[in-house]
Design a protein around this ligand. Structure first.
Ligand code: NAP
Length: 433
């Protein structure tokens, strides 16, 4: 029998569990440990609440969690309730699947002013993440800004621009829905330090902006290279640019009170304001021969009382675990950090790709583990973990418990929503009775 501990119950953790269960069949016991009482990490706390079809992948993870050789161990924090080295003594292999929950810093003056929030916090706020449910971002101003040209920036800008009605069918938490409904936001400026050809947004997500009830996307036609330059792009990027060109060719709909302005070649230099964010000072950029943004020296200011920085994420270091400072994830060789210790997903390769990218990633690391540790170990596995947690008075939450929490969230949902999430661990545990 082989015993595996996977730390983190998001997509990377579940795909790795699926792969190990497949490789070892009945000869493996796999514990997926998560600090929260609810599983699925990015699916619950990261994927936008109005993208329910993306969240449907959780059904696949349910099946993994329900299989006999896999167990969810919720409400257990690795690092405080149990150490990595303790896990290594109990399990044959420990796989870190903790994602990349920390915001990359902008590194510009004014970044710490009230009203400037990282996308981890902003996304966590509208998704009911226990660490960010009380973020209370300022929505009293008419102007907001989002820094970054990736899909997370798009998510944040879209959520700021939707009407209450457009959240029908989503699982946005009630506190965010009410606050967004009361918000004074009329203009959301999305800053990209490079141009349309360099965006990291995907066509489906971009296309949605053309169909918002109350907001028009605005793109400056002068930001594009000649149309023939699009031919050299890969098909997905070409599709995105075609959509941006359509936005640029369409006048804002006068019936829509909100505007989403794409400000390309715009690099935020600093954020200013009296005691809170009021404006972003931006430098116009151009591309150098290597495709990097370089400042032109021309600066201007854009009003913004809320600034969301969506410029990528990093994995937090863990004591005693090798870390790649430059890239913000664990230092690893194709998923292996050290003897018995592995990483998968964003903790392995940084915050890139779609949810599905984590599947081959998990399967590759599972194969590597299988090749290195083979069959038949002498570790205690879950019995050892249970003894340790009991001795420390830590009460773990199982998959069955989570299903009870989920049922309670379903029962308190407002009409048209699949659930009203609990936003504190205490409320989740209280739902267990
Ligand atoms: P991302 O795709 O890496 O985009 C980060 C953006 O931030 C880039 O436009 C980057 O510009 C910009 N940036 C970085 N540093 C900056 C700085 N100092 N100043 C100004 N801009 C800066 O990251 P993400 O949006 O966080 O997304 C993470 C991953 O999740 C991606 O793979 C994304 O596709 C995925 N995701 C997918 C969906 C979906 O499928 N619906 C939704 C959300 C996220 P440069 O290119 O110039 O560096």
């Amino acid at each position: 029998m082989r015993h595996f501990a996977i730390v983190g119950s998001g997509p990377a953790g579940f795909y790795t569990a699926e792969a190990l269960a497949k490789d070892y069949g009945e000869n493996a016991r796999i514990d997926i440990i998560d600090r929260y009482a609810v599983p699925y990490g990015l699916i619950r706390f990261g994927v936008a609440p109005d993208h329910q079809s993306l969240k449907a992948v959780a059904k696949r993870y349910d099946k993994v969690a329900e299989s006999d050789n896999v167990r969810l161990v919720g409400n257990v924090t690795v690092g405080s309730d149990v150490g990595i080295e303790e896990l290594a003594a109990i399990y044959d292999a420990v796989i870190l699947a903790i994602g990349a929950p920390h915001d990359r810093k902008l590194g510009i003056p004014g970044e710490d002013l009230p009203g400037v929030v990282g996308s981890a916090g902003f996304v966590g706020w509208y998704n009911g993440h226990p660490d960010f449910a009380h973020l209370d971002p300022p929505l009293d101003g008419t102007h907001a800004a989002v820094i970054g040209n990736g899909n997370v920036a798009l998510d944040c800008a879209r959520i700021l621009s939707k009407t209450r009605d457009e959240f029908q069918g989503s699982d946005i938490v009630g506190h965010a829905l009410d606050a967004l409904d009361r918000a004074a936001t009329r203009t959301v400026t999305i800053f990209g330090r490079r141009g349309p050809h360099q965006i990291a947004m995907t066509p489906k997500e971009l296309g949605e902006l053309g169909h918002l009830q109350a907001a028009s996307p605005i793109v400056d036609p002068a930001d594009f290279p000649p149309p023939e330059a699009d031919e050299g792009l890969d098909p997905g990027q070409r599709k995105s640019i075609t959509i941006l060109r359509e936005f640029a060719a369409t006048a804002p709909d006068p019936a829509k009170p909100k505007q989403m302005i794409f400000d390309f070649f715009a690099k935020p230099l600093r954020i200013e304001g009296e005691g809170r964010a009021e404006r972003v000072i931006v430098e116009r950029t151009r591309l150098d021969d290597g495709g990097r943004a370089v400042g032109t020296g021309e600066t201007y200011e854009v009003p913004a009382s809320l600034v969301v920085s969506a410029i990528g994420y990093s994995t937090p270091p863990m004591p005693g675990v090798a870390y790649d400072e430059a890239h913000g994830h664990f230092l690893n060789d194709h998923g292996q950090i050290s003897d018995q210790l592995y990483c998968v997903g964003w903790a392995r390769r940084g915050p890139t790709g779609t949810i599905g990218t984590n599947r081959p990633d998990g399967f590759e690391v599972a194969e590597k583990i299988a090749a290195q540790i083979g069959q038949g170990g002498r570790k205690d596995g879950r019995a050892g973990l249970d003894r340790l947690l009991e001795s420390r008075g830590v009460e773990l939450v199982t998959f069955r418990d989570w299903q009870k929490i989920e049922a309670a969230e379903g029962a308190r949902a407002r009409s048209g929503s699949p659930r009203e999430k609990f936003t504190s661990i205490a409320d989740m545990l209280a739902a267990l009775g």
